[in-house]
Design a protein around this ligand. Structure first.
Ligand SMILES: Nc1ncnc2c1ncn2[C@@H]1O[C@H](COP(=O)(O)OP(=O)(O)OP(=O)(O)O)[C@@H](O)[C@H]1O
Ligand SMILES: [Mg+2]
Length: 422
């Protein structure tokens, strides 16, 4: 007779085990196993409470009756009526009448469902995995004194069956949540980067449009004005003091203004870049800016990149050029170098490497690779441009230790711009 009863109980446990299989959600598991458990421990209310991974909160999953315990968000562990069990201070809790049992009712206790739903008899056992308490299994009955120590032992066996399953489920949920948070953060960052990139593209287009307008309209007007003034200055009937002291200096100033304007237009509209590519545009800029500086600077461009600069997305090409342009300008303006070397190289498969090296005085230490105090915007702009195309920018000393090296590396396969534009 006793053997038969044991057999039946064993079958119930196996039944619970079978019902667990394939369930991937806490609530569904409780619903699935509650009926089978009721054959072993009759109850009006069954709940499994699971601690959050940080051990500060817990959330309940119920069957039979719905209480405020199972409502999101997770509640603080310190307010749980079974906090002693969850903290490992008690190995089980058995109450004949939980409505009047002082263990469940303390200041700040979340015990109202016990009273509201007349949960009188209550038994609680911990869910343990590798000695750690991950939650508790609780059975309640409206009847007073419904449970004995035999029921506690049965509940322990059921808890041992459920605990590993819940542990795995909690770990999976946690991993899923972390992955979602991480993906969202990355998407936000990438969204900002792409937004800023679009803005830069629009600004670059606008800059080029202004450059063309200045060329076609303002420069043309100034040229006409300059010719008229020259003609006026050459008229012999005008008094000499007017031509020599007023008109000629005015003509010279105007010529200077036009020269400055041509320079601005040239920088705003990198035609060489558009027509011939980044390497030619860099070479053109080196040649022109060194010549204009009037300084005896030697320069060299070495391109061993095996054609990596050809076929670049226009935004990437313009950004690379602008960064090198500013690095060259800085070398000439601040470094007083004897030589400037621009090296374009392929460092690893798909990794474009550009270095602007000068042997001048070097960036002052106080600027720490960023704009020096009272310095301008150049280095900050270089960094922003590099970030927008997912390139790495580093400013330091060259291998010899003298001067400045601006290093830029760009993994071309992963350049998001290519995908965005395709
Ligand atoms: N190649 C270099 N050699 C020596 N000093 C440099 C070099 N590049 C930058 N610096 C120093 O770093 C400072 C910051 O450079 P940054 O390009 O940010 O500003 P800027 O050139 O002074 O002004 P802007 O670029 O806005 O016209 C410069 O003022 C200069 O002191
Ligand atoms: Mg600068």
């Amino acid at each position: 007779m006793l053997n038969q009863a044991r057999h039946a109980l064993f079958d119930r446990y196996l039944g619970i085990s079978r019902l667990l299989a394939g369930q991937l959600e806490f609530h569904a598991i409780i619903q699935a196993v509650a009926a089978e458990i009721s054959h072993i421990i009759p109850h009006d209310h069954l709940d499994v409470c699971i601690k959050t991974v940080d051990g500060k909160y817990h959330i309940a999953y119920e069957s039979g009756l719905d209480t405020a315990w199972s409502q999101e968000p997770p509640a603080l562990l310190t307010g749980s009526p079974i906090r002693t069990l969850l903290a490992g201070e008690a190995d089980f809790l058995l109450s004949e009448d939980a409505c009047s049992d002082p263990r469940f009712h303390f200041a700040g206790a979340f015990s109202s469902p016990i009273i509201d739903l007349s949960l009188r008899s209550r038994l609680h056992v911990p869910l343990k995995v590798q000695g750690n308490i991950i939650g508790a299994l609780s059975c309640s009955s409206h009847e007073r004194g419904a449970y004995t120590m035999d029921d506690v032992e049965c509940a322990r066996s059921i808890a041992d069956l459920l605990a590993p399953y819940f542990f795995a489920l909690r770990a999976a949920e946690q991993a899923k949540r972390s992955a979602v948070v991480e993906t969202e953060a990355r998407a936000r960052e990438e969204g900002l980067r792409l937004g800023a990139l679009k803005l830069t593209e629009a600004l670059e287009a606008e800059r080029q449009r202004i450059g063309m307008d200045l060329h076609d309209q303002t420069l043309a007007d100034l040229t006409r004005l300059s010719r008229r003034m020259e003609r006026l200055a050459s008229q012999t009937e005008l008094p000499a003091e007017l031509t020599g002291e007023v008109l000629e200096p005015l003509c010279r100033t105007l010529q200077q203004c036009m020269q400055d304007l041509r320079q601005i237009i040239e920088e705003a509209k990198p035609t060489v870049l558009q027509l011939f590519g980044v390497a030619e545009a860099i070479e053109n800029h080196l040649d022109r800016s060194v010549r204009d500086s009037g300084l005896p600077i030697r320069w060299r461009l070495a391109d061993t990149s095996d054609g990596m600069l050809t076929g670049l997305d226009p935004t990437v090409a313009i950004s690379l050029f602008r960064i090198v342009q500013e690095a060259v300008n800085n070398a000439i303006r601040h470094g007083q170098p004897d030589t400037i070397l621009v090296r374009i190289d392929r460092r690893a498969p798909g990794l474009l490497w550009i270095e602007v090296i000068d042997d001048g005085c070097g960036v002052p230490a106080r600027s720490g690779g960023a704009s020096a105090e009272g310095g301008g915007q150049g280095i900050d702009n270089m960094k922003t441009r590099a970030r927008l195309i997912s390139a790495r920018l580093d400013i330091g000393r060259p291998a010899g230790g003298v001067g400045t090296a601006v290093r830029l590396s760009l993994p071309l396969e992963h350049t998001a711009i290519l995908e965005v534009h395709s």
